[in-house]
Design a binder for this molecule. Structure first.
Ligand SMILES: Cc1cc2nc3c(=O)[nH]c(=O)nc-3n(C[C@H](O)[C@H](O)[C@H](O)COP(=O)(O)OP(=O)(O)OC[C@H]3O[C@@H](n4cnc5c(N)ncnc54)[C@H](O)[C@@H]3O)c2cc1C
Length: 1007
């Protein structure tokens, strides 16, 4: 059939339709922002002060989660007390009443709860399916129909996913018989192509699996299809329409995959009552639309597309910026509007393939669609218009008066989990760019609002040039390297290929490197794959004490030249090494997967951090080591120099086998020291590749020497060696403390005392306050405690639940971990992989066995049978509850997937528990109480405190990383003070008065 043609769509007609709509809604501005005048008034009021608005919405967000009236009043004071802005008088009055005593607090808290419930009910159609069904009946009486959306907590476990599935099924099965009793409405329940189902349900796929993760599209899609299939079946049986909502960009391709694969299955292939959402703000929207249409043509039955602009614009921009990824959405609102119009036209031109639904409150966007439909000669009601419950009600009514089909998107569910949705709506309504705000709060003219969107992009602001002559202009400014985005097929394919390619290179031998020479040794170390220890990843030479002496001598010989080479040169060399690492990043990550048993994302993060260290320390050293003239006195030049120490022994861990090794080495090199590098016993292969890359970048012989070998031989000899000036160590407390002691002893021939920098682990706690957002807390804790099987010094190993949060938190944590994906590290979905070796496996098993009697085992999983057959060093995740604070589970570093959960009666007690440890490395707090967060900042004194997020994954230059107490000695890695440890000061004071001319020493020493 010929496609309809919209070439004749005219601006005049768009304006005519738009003005007609504006005319019909004139005088109902309040109804646009919210369903009632009170709420609309509140929103209009909030818009007069951005800061007060955000505080108000934050307060609204937390309010339903608060326990008693004292807490409610405290939060009111925290968020809105003492603040100027539109709510100041009201808040003050409330606080005066609250200060009258118990009764006053009760009254204020009761009023606030009522107010938030009232507000929630403006945008949320009810708490139960029965209430939702009543709301549907109400809107049908008003000449509109509905699609129902289930609100709920974020899905963090299989249990919760199954519960969501049951709720969706119940909705379809219970609503469908009820729908038969709804009075028939020809205009609503029929489209030009035939009758429409009365029941229409919108489904979010992330609710159907806790692991809806694009890193493993096949596995994730299978899980979700298994849960969605019965819902599709029930909908088919009961004649209901299923519409799949679109969430954030990360899930977009996966959502499309699930939808298209399921709809193509024989039993659903001819079903027209299925739909998907496309978001016009995405740069990829038009390409997706073309692919979807091609697929629908092949399938042979039309599908519904709900075209929207997209609800996550701020999130997408912020996330892309945080990650350093390209921003996936248009930068300018009018570009989104223009794309929305292009897509409207595109789909209308394919009306035989796509039943178009427009989800928008923008009269221009709607008028464009109406004019386009007319111009194409498509019959009335070919397009369905959808609005959100509680918003743009006058527009819905006006469209319905014009004879259009209008459906209301009705979320329903409990208020606490619904708060996220409510706050999103409040923010959307009141955002500066919003059509609703511009049209119905700011009162812009209809003509301005009906103007065609400009599709052009504004010119990007050029980056500020570096200050002329600045030392750093030798290199571009530092920026963190972005992690791989495994939502992209190209990244996943590249990674899978690298894993296979690297596997073909297993078994190579890596000799020592001393003074640039390869040195073989009688003994060899086998590097095993922890997922499959039968596989030898590679062999490394095993150094003896004599090799250490030779390597130190080589490093001593190389030192003067390297020291005098100039900091700028050294930084450029490190930058060249970073460039090579970047080129080989996927191969290097693949080696880490195989050699250290790290899952994909973690291995990729390891390489990225290594690149960051090379780039960061080079630049930091240029600042640190620029000679400084102290004071400006005639006749005197005082030069302050920061000079390298000499030979540095770098003793590295296996858990960040590239990142930490590179970081410690790069810090030493950037500042002009030479290095004898001892990689960890289990990971010599990746270290050998690092050394090869440094050589390739131009590092002179002897500046880095590669000495794998047993710790008691190589590490101890380095710590004792009279010519080694500094030991930089990361590893266990036991080894760190021993090296510290050895290094402190003066030995014959030594002319200095050694400096030791040691990073030694932690027993890190996360405190979950009783007002915390448990969705966020559970996700943050699971990632921090079980990512890389808990083998990070920053990992969370204690959780402290405050008051009533404890039991709910524990229950959700247990369910979340019960089905956390375990597997070999090379499988993309794996979260919990193997431990590093058999000794670690036995040690952690021992803790789990002992824990059974010392605390309450809330969950001890079994290792799946298929993993057992690999022979890998797997240990099942375990959670212990009610753990006594003094027990080994609560005090000793376990370095495995074992989590201790403890109750605390209040926040203060929780902080005391958190600090009751020999260690003080990382810590976390989930809380929505500003007072408690301030208190945590004061009292939770650890190296890195994280608020309302997980506690692992420190980023170079952003979260300098390192602890205090028994967690380590020295300044934090990746931060502004780290390099100072690698230098010592020297002052040159020159008297110049008699000579009568200025010294050129400063100029000579520069660079
Ligand atoms: C019935 C219905 C169902 C919906 N379902 C979904 C869904 O499944 N998934 C989803 O993501 N959203 C969904 N939405 C929300 C929708 O995407 C919009 O957020 C919302 O409708 C506002 O768009 P508008 O056209 O009504 O208003 P307008 O004010 O015209 O547009 C606002 C939109 O413009 C975009 N925008 C804002 N600032 C910028 C900027 N600086 N640069 C570029 N673009 C910008 C954003 O997308 C923003 O939401 C739905 C909306 C409705 C009405």
């Amino acid at each position: 059939m010929a496609m309809p043609n919209a070439s004749a769509v005219s601006e005049a007609r768009i304006h005519e339709i738009g003005r007609d709509l504006f005319g019909r809604v004139r005088g109902e501005a309040a109804g646009f922002l919210a369903g009632d005048r009170l709420t609309a008034g509140l929103l209009a009021w909030a818009m007069t002060d951005e800061d007060a608005k955000l505080q108000l919405f934050r307060f609204v967000d937390v309010l339903p989660a608060l326990g008693d009236s004292a807490e409610t009043v405290r939060h009111l004071r925290d968020y809105l007390g003492d603040r100027p802005g539109p709510f100041a008088r009201l808040t003050r009055a409330g606080l005066v009443v609250a200060d009258l005593g118990w009764l006053g607090r009760q009254a204020v808290a009761g009023f606030l709860r009522l107010a938030v419930r009232y507000l929630g009910r403006r945008f949320i159609a009810g708490a139960t399916p029965a209430e939702a069904a009543c709301a549907v009946r109400r809107v049908r009486r008003a000449g509109l129909t509905a699609t129902l959306d289930l609100l709920g907590e974020a899905c963090v476990s299989d249990d919760e996913a199954a519960a969501y599935q049951a709720r969706y099924l119940a909705l379809v099965e219970q609503l469908s018989p009820a729908a038969r009793t709804w009075h028939a409405h020809e205009g609503l329940d029929a489209a030009p192509w035939g009758a429409l189902p009365r029941v229409n349900v919108s489904v979010k796929l992330s609710a159907l699996s806790p692991y809806f993760d694009p890193i493993d599209p096949a596995g994730a899609a299978d899980t979700v299809k298994t849960r969605l299939r019965p819902i599709f079946r029930a909908a088919q049986t009961h004649n209901a329409h299923i519409q799949i909502d679109m969430e954030d960009h990360r899930l977009k391709d996966l959502t499309l995959q699930v939808f298209t694969e399921l709809c193509a299955e024989p039993e659903f292939r001819s079903n027209r009552n299925v739909g998907i959402v496309l978001q016009a703000y995405l740069l990829e929207a038009e390409a997706d639309a073309r692919r979807l249409v091609e697929w629908a043509l092949q399938r042979g039955a039309p599908i519904t597309v709900r075209l929207v602009k997209g609800a996550y614009w701020d999130y997408e921009v912020a996330r892309a910026r945080l990650e350093g990824w390209p921003i996936p959405v248009y930068a300018v609102k009018s570009q989104t509007d223009a794309c929305f119009e292009r897509l409207t036209r595109y789909f209308l031109e394919r009306a035989n393939t796509v039943d178009l639904v427009l989800g928008s409150h923008n009269i221009r966007s709607i008028a464009y669609a109406a004019a386009c439909r007319e111009a194409m000669g498509l019959p009335p009601k070919s397009v369905e218009y959808q609005v959100l419950y509680g918003m743009a009600a006058p527009l819905a009514r006006a469209l319905s008066e014009q004879g259009e089909r209008v459906r209301v998107y009705m979320p329903f569910g409990e208020l606490i989990p619904g708060m996220g949705y409510l706050v999103r709506r409040l923010l959307e309504n009141t955002s500066n760019e919003s059509f609703l705000r511009r049209g119905f709060a700011d009162g812009e003219s209809p003509d301005a609002l009906l103007a065609p969107p400009q599709a052009g992009a504004p010119a990007e602001a050029a980056p500020a040039p570096a200050a002329p002559g600045s030392r750093r202009d030798a290199l571009p400014p530092f920026a963190n390297d972005p992690r791989a985005d495994f939502a992209l097929a190209i990244e996943r394919d590249r990674f899978a290929e690298a894993l296979a390619g690297v596997r073909r290179q297993f078994g190579r031998f890596h000799p020592l490197v001393i003074g640039g020479r390869s040195v073989e040794t009688p003994d060899r170390l086998a590097s095993l794959n922890p997922s499959r220890p039968g596989e030898v990843v590679g062999w490394a030479a095993s150094a003896t004490a004599a090799d250490v002496d030779e390597a130190v001598a080589a490093a001593e010989r190389a030192f003067p030249d390297w020291r005098d080479r100039g900091v700028r040169d050294r930084a450029q060399l490190l930058h060249r090494a970073a460039v090579i690492l970047r080129e080989r990043r996927t191969d290097l990550a693949a080696w880490i997967v195989h050699e250290a048993g790290k899952p994909w994302r973690e291995a990729d993060g390891d390489v990225i951090e290594a690149i960051d260290f090379l780039e960061y320390y080079g630049r930091e050293a240029m600042d640190l080591q620029a000679p400084r003239r102290l004071g400006e006195f005639p006749g005197e030049i005082n030069l302050y120099l920061r000079e390298p120490r000499g030979v540095v022994g770098v003793i590295a861990p296996w858990n960040f086998p590239l990142a930490i090794l590179t970081g410690m080495t790069a810090a030493a090199l950037a500042t002009g020291n030479t290095v004898v590098m001892k990689p960890a016993r289990p990971t010599p292969v990746i270290a050998a590749y690092l050394v090869a890359i440094l050589e390739e970048a131009g590092l002179p012989p002897g500046v880095v020497n590669y000495l794998p070998g047993p710790g008691e031989v190589v590490g101890d000899r380095l710590a004792r060696h009279p010519a080694v000036r500094m030991i930089v160590f990361t590893g266990s407390r036991e080894v760190g403390a021993r090296l510290y002691g050895l290094a402190a002893q003066t030995v014959p021939g030594a002319r200095h005392l050694k400096r030791v920098v040691a990073e030694m682990g932690g027993k890190n706690a996360i405190v979950v306050d009783d007002d915390a957002d448990l969705d966020e807390a559970v996700q943050g804790i699971v990632a921090s405690a079980f990512g890389y099987s808990g083998q990070k010094c920053s990992a969370c190993s204690r959780v402290i639940g405050v008051g009533r949060a404890y039991h709910r938190l524990l229950a959700r944590l247990v369910e979340a971990v019960r089905t956390l994906p375990m597997g070999a590290a090379d499988q993309p979905a794996t979260v919990v992989g193997p431990l590093i070796d058999q000794a670690a496996q036995r040690r952690v098993q021992h803790y789990i066995a002992a824990g059974r009697s010392g605390a309450r085992p809330a969950l001890i999983r079994d290792v799946p049978a298929d993993l057992g057959s690999l022979g890998g060093y797997f240990v099942p995740p375990a959670i212990f509850a009610d753990v006594p604070p003094a027990s080994p589970l609560a005090q000793e570093e376990i370095f495995g997937p074992v989590l201790s959960v403890m109750p605390a009666k209040d926040f203060e007690a929780a902080l005391a528990l958190a600090m009751d440890s020999d260690y003080a490395l990382t810590g976390g707090v989930f809380s929505r109480s500003p007072t408690n967060l301030r208190r945590a900042e004061e009292a939770f004194r650890v190296g890195d405190l994280y608020i309302n997020r997980g506690i692992t994954g420190a980023i170079v230059g952003r979260q300098p990383f390192g602890g205090r107490q028994m967690s380590g000695v020295g300044y934090q890695a990746g931060g502004p003070d780290y390099l100072i440890q690698f230098v010592e000061g020297r002052v040159i004071c020159e008297h110049t008065l008699r000579r009568g001319f200025a010294s050129d020493r400063l100029a000579r020493l520069e660079g």
